[in-house]
Design a protein around this ligand. Structure first.
Ligand SMILES: Cc1cc2nc3c(=O)[nH]c(=O)nc-3n(C[C@H](O)[C@H](O)[C@H](O)COP(=O)(O)O)c2cc1C
Length: 189
């Protein structure tokens, strides 16, 4: 027996991305975004509302960063998703996070989050149903505290938050289940 949920977007896991951008006066703002994904090898696409302060900042400066939220900073990450810079001028300062200008794009890196993509705005696509902000990733940086012995990001050290679209809850990623392009090899002829 299966239960029907109607037209519900049942994708899991969803990321918890922190999108940050300066306004013209170089004041940082950041928001929480679960609707975002890799769209090419050096490209990320976010589905974010036009009227968010962060979206307006991205239009103004043509740049933004996207960080992976972690469990340690869950309260701040969630706050960025419920408060708006349109109504709270000191939203970013209140979050307790810090902003450091990226060396690659005109956007703030938030050092508290260990992994960040530094993006130039490539294109914004407006349709009736969505507003897609496409960023070209100019650089990705990671704090050495999340690097493994092979020099790459070790997700078991990241404690990345995952968004549960079904219940509106956060989970923390951790356990490795297997190796991709490998776990199915035994079924190959
Ligand atoms: C878990 C979570 C996920 C969210 N995902 C998105 C998203 O994908 N797209 C979007 O436009 N807003 C999303 N939001 C809402 C924005 O983060 C929120 O409206 C925020 O206040 C915008 O801030 P700003 O106006 O200061 O930019 C999400 C909020 C939460 C809590």
């Amino acid at each position: 027996m299966r239960k029907d949920f109607g037209p519900f977007p049942a994708v899991f896991p969803m990321p918890v991305l922190i999108v940050a951008a300066y306004d013209k006066a170089v004041v940082p703002c950041a928001m929480n975004a679960a609707w975002g994904m890799i769209s090419d090898r050096d490209q990320i696409t976010l589905f974010i509302d036009e009227d968010h302060k962060t979206t307006q900042n991205i239009r103004e400066t043509g740049a933004f960063t996207v960080s992976l939220a972690d469990r340690e900073h869950m309260a701040a990450a969630d706050f960025l998703g419920i408060a708006t810079g349109n109504k709270m001028a000191d939203k970013f300062a209140r979050s307790g996070l810090t902003a450091v200008k990226s060396a690659h794009v005109n956007a703030p890196i938030i050092p508290e989050f260990p992994v960040a993509m530094e993006c130039e705005l490539q294109e914004i696509i407006d349709t009736d149903s969505f507003h897609a902000v496409i960023g070209k990733v100019k650089n990705t940086s990671a704090d050495e505290c999340v690097l493994g012995e092979d020099g790459r990001v070790d997700v078991s050290r990241l404690n990345a938050l995952i968004f549960d679209q079904f219940h509106g809850e956060y989970y923390a990623a951790g356990e490795k289940a297997g190796k991709a392009w490998n776990a199915g090899k035994e079924l190959m002829p």
